[in-house]
Design a protein around this ligand. Structure first.
Ligand code: GLN
Ligand code: ZN
Length: 760
């Protein structure tokens, strides 16, 4: 019987109950028992919802109070020494969030999602033991509710591969045997508790593996497989590619493959993975659109024909953690738009309908298939989605549209004549503190408690004050402060056509933090200017150069749910054209500098290196398209909030921004090593103040960083700025740090050695 299966369900709750419970606990307003109780309720509800939907393979241990990788770390007893002496929730949350004396463990993005996991710390002297048996407890908890679950574990090789080595020279995979011993013990306990199957996630199988990693995968599963419980090895976030032989050759009892991102791998999987259970990831766990069930059924049938109905399961492509919970809550959306959506709960229904149709034919799930076909047809034809003007404009883009009129050195001369800036000009990245006062005013305005006029007047005051403070600090290039913006993507999405917003579409980003990504459902255009008013207002308040601030096309794309009926590249191009209009309007309004932030360009890199060039091609093209309508004398800035882009430096240079500001202070200018191999041709502002820390930036330290930068970059191409925007900081530390920053720049200008390195 083709079974309907699920790999993981959102844990935050329909109304973000987990967030509220966590934050109450952290504030000391609720005790551990209350937090445990909320967790238990959320688990019970999600198990019941899955059972009631008709899911036959229901996951357990997909719940987490913070992160499943951190849970694995805790379970393995791999707790860093600085947290010794703490127990229970105290130790657990200390690892995630830090304490006064012990800094938090690092956090980073989970593959190409916007979910962040807590990075395991690997040291040579670490030992492992089964420190808790939560997976067994959760299995029993569900069993007590009459629900037989399939426990989910983060795989041992992925856990190690995602860890960070803290002992020089340590090979992380050398820890594998000890880690496997703990997994084996756990699996034994699960079997004793009555678990017949477990799901072990090895998402690293969807990315490039080293020989050693591949060997570790073989070792892991020849050690763990062949005993009870049976193992379903789950792969997702892409195709197996050159890991296909490896994955299908493992002695596991079942394999889950992602057929949303990689439908083409089905033939090979079917021919190579014989005689065992195959789980088909047919419903998109990464996006919010209703599935094309007819197409999915074609793939399911192919598998059933080859394997027989008893060895096939139908499932989402990956855990549903990455989509919001319930589209039916979005009652403010019109019926048509809502009919195109499927969040986690609706995806369960899709899985069940698909499994039923795979067993008994389409007629057995006719209503679901008819509705899915209708949604596909209406999306294909809807005038709200398809705007011929946008398509025609995108089709007519020429190479010339993606080029500035002159190369950077020529532009630089014109710009410096126009701007008249000192050497090593100082500036900031855009936002200034979003104080409680500002957030409250925005909330009051949204609720209708503050009139638009009052809100506008309030924002004008804050903006003027921010400009005065920048003048007093002596900054050279000013910004307006971004007080009118809630979020750097949402602000633009709300003003572009083709975007829609949910009210409850929360997705976990990390811990209690959730985001509500915009949905790009149709062709994108800009009905009217989005930032010009504020930019013009700000520029009029001062004699100094003002930067107009925009979010770039790749970042808008990356932080939204995007349509799946055309390539991402095409959507990026449409957004780029909309931003291009804004750039042109800002220039016409007299802004001498326009910054286009591409905070998310790097995180959009595909998991497989072989897919990088194609991505970088269209991503860079989108930026160039957005930024190129201006004259030579208008200076284009961009900003990126990370430093690990040594390997994509040529692409960054190809964006051809006149000035780029980047994060470097946390990595102590490590990035700049790349500049000895690659001569970055334009101007660059290596961040000299780590704004992620509440520490006041130190002047001597900033001078040291600037001198390090001047080793590689001619001083007449260096800017002085913080690492990122200042919206999360408070005014007192901002003023002090910026005072130091301005003084550091002044010191540098005085330093003949540093200034000797110019490009001429
Ligand atoms: N201009 C934005 C700001 O200053 C950039 C933020 C970002 O890069 N994440 O807030
Ligand atoms: Zn940033």
């Amino acid at each position: 019987m083709v079974k309907a299966a699920n790999l993981g369900f959102p844990r935050i709750g329909t109304r973000r109950e987990l967030k509220k419970a966590l934050e109450a606990y952290w504030k000391g307003e609720a005790d551990a028992a209350a937090l445990e109780a909320t967790g238990a309720t959320l688990r019970a509800e999600s198990w019941a919802a899955q059972r009631d939907a008709g899911i036959k393979r229901i996951p357990s241990n997909d719940f987490s109070f913070y992160d499943q990788v951190l849970d694995t770390t805790a379970m393995l007893g791999a707790i860093p020494g600085r947290f010794a002496g703490l127990g229970g929730f105290d130790a657990y949350f200390a690892m995630a969030r830090g304490t006064d004396t012990a800094p938090a463990m690092e956090m980073t993005k989970w593959f190409d999602t916007n979910y962040h996991y807590i990075v395991p710390e690997l040291t040579a002297d670490m030992t492992f033991h089964l420190a808790n048996d939560l997976p067994v407890q959760r299995f029993n908890e569900a069993k007590a509710q009459g629900i037989h679950t399939r426990p989910v574990l983060v795989g041992p090789v992925s856990w190690l591969a995602l860890g960070k080595v803290k002992t020089d020279g340590l090979d992380p995979l050398s820890l594998l045997p000890d880690v496997l011993a703990v997994y084996a013990e756990l699996l034994g306990k699960l079997a004793e508790a009555g678990s017949d199957w477990v799901q072990i996630d090895e998402p690293i199988l969807a990315r490039d593996l080293s020989e050693a990693e591949a060997r570790a995968v073989r070792t892991a599963y020849s050690t763990l497989a062949g005993k009870a419980p049976e193992i379903l090895l789950a792969t997702y976030f892409g195709g197996l590619g050159d890991n296909l032989d490896l994955a299908t050759g493992l002695p596991v009892d079942g394999l889950h493959v992602d057929l949303v991102r990689a439908p083409d791998q089905l033939d090979d999987v079917l021919s190579q993975f014989g005689d065992r259970l195959l789980s088909l990831g047919l419903i998109d766990g990464r996006n919010i659109w209703r599935a094309d069930l007819t197409r999915a059924l074609g793939l399911a049938r192919q598998a059933v024909d080859a394997f027989g109905p008893d060895r096939v399961e139908v499932a989402p492509s990956c855990s549903l953690l990455h989509v919001p919970v319930d589209a039916t809550l979005e009652t403010h959306l019109d019926d048509e738009l809502r009919s195109w959506l499927a969040f986690a709960r609706q995806k369960l229904d899709e899985v069940v309908a698909l499994a039923r149709a795979a067993r008994k034919g389409r007629e057995a799930a006719r209503a679901a298939f008819d509705a899915a076909d209708a949604a596909v047809a209406s999306r294909a034809a809807s005038a709200r989605i398809h705007d011929p003007t946008v398509k025609a404009r995108a089709d007519s883009v020429s190479d010339a549209d993606m080029r500035r009129s002159s190369p950077h050195p020529v532009r630089a001369v014109e710009q410096s004549a126009r701007l008249d800036l000192p050497a090593l000009p100082t500036t900031t990245i855009g936002s200034f503190p979003q104080t409680a006062e500002i957030r409250n005013a925005r909330a009051a305005n949204r609720k209708g408690e503050m009139s638009d006029a009052d809100y506008r007047a309030f924002l004008e005051e804050r903006t003027i004050e921010c400009i005065r403070r920048q003048e007093a600090l002596g900054l050279d290039v000013l910004v307006h402060g971004e007080f009118e913006r809630n979020d750097m993507v949402e602000y633009f999405g709300e003003q572009l056509s083709g975007f829609a917003f949910t009210k409850n579409g929360w997705v976990q980003s990390y811990g209690s933090r959730c985001v509500k990504p915009p949905m790009v459902y149709g062709d994108v255009s800009r009905p009217s200017p989005m930032t010009v008013d504020w930019a013009r207002f700000a520029a009029a308040q001062t004699d100094r150069p003002m930067k107009g601030m925009l979010t770039g096309p790749v970042t808008i794309l990356q932080w939204s749910f995007v349509r799946d009926d055309q390539p991402r590249a095409e959507t990026a191009k449409q957004i780029a054209l909309a931003i291009r209009n804004e750039v042109a309007d800002l220039e016409a309004a007299g802004l001498p500098i326009i910054q286009i932030d591409e905070a998310a360009l790097r995180e959009g890199l595909p998991l497989r290196r072989s897919d990088w060039p194609a991505y970088l091609d269209w991503a860079v093209a989108a930026f160039r398209l957005a930024s190129s309508p201006v004259s030579d004398a208008t200076q284009i800035h961009t900003h990126m909030c990370y430093s690990e882009f040594n390997d994509i430096l040529p692409a960054i240079a190809a964006m051809d921004a006149d000035v780029i500001s980047i994060e470097t202070s946390r990595s102590d200018m490590e990035l700049l090593d790349a500049f000895c191999d690659f001569d970055y041709p334009n101007q660059i502002g290596p961040g000299v103040w780590d704004i992620h820390s509440p520490r006041v930036a130190d002047e001597t330290e900033m001078v040291r960083l600037l001198k390090a930068a001047a080793e590689w970059i001619p001083a007449d191409r260096i800017w002085v700025n913080p690492d990122c925007g200042l919206k999360t900081r408070g005014w007192p530390e901002v003023e002090r740090s910026l005072t130091h920053l301005v003084r550091a720049a002044a010191q540098m200008r005085q330093s003949p050695n540093a200034m000797a390195s110019t490009s001429s």
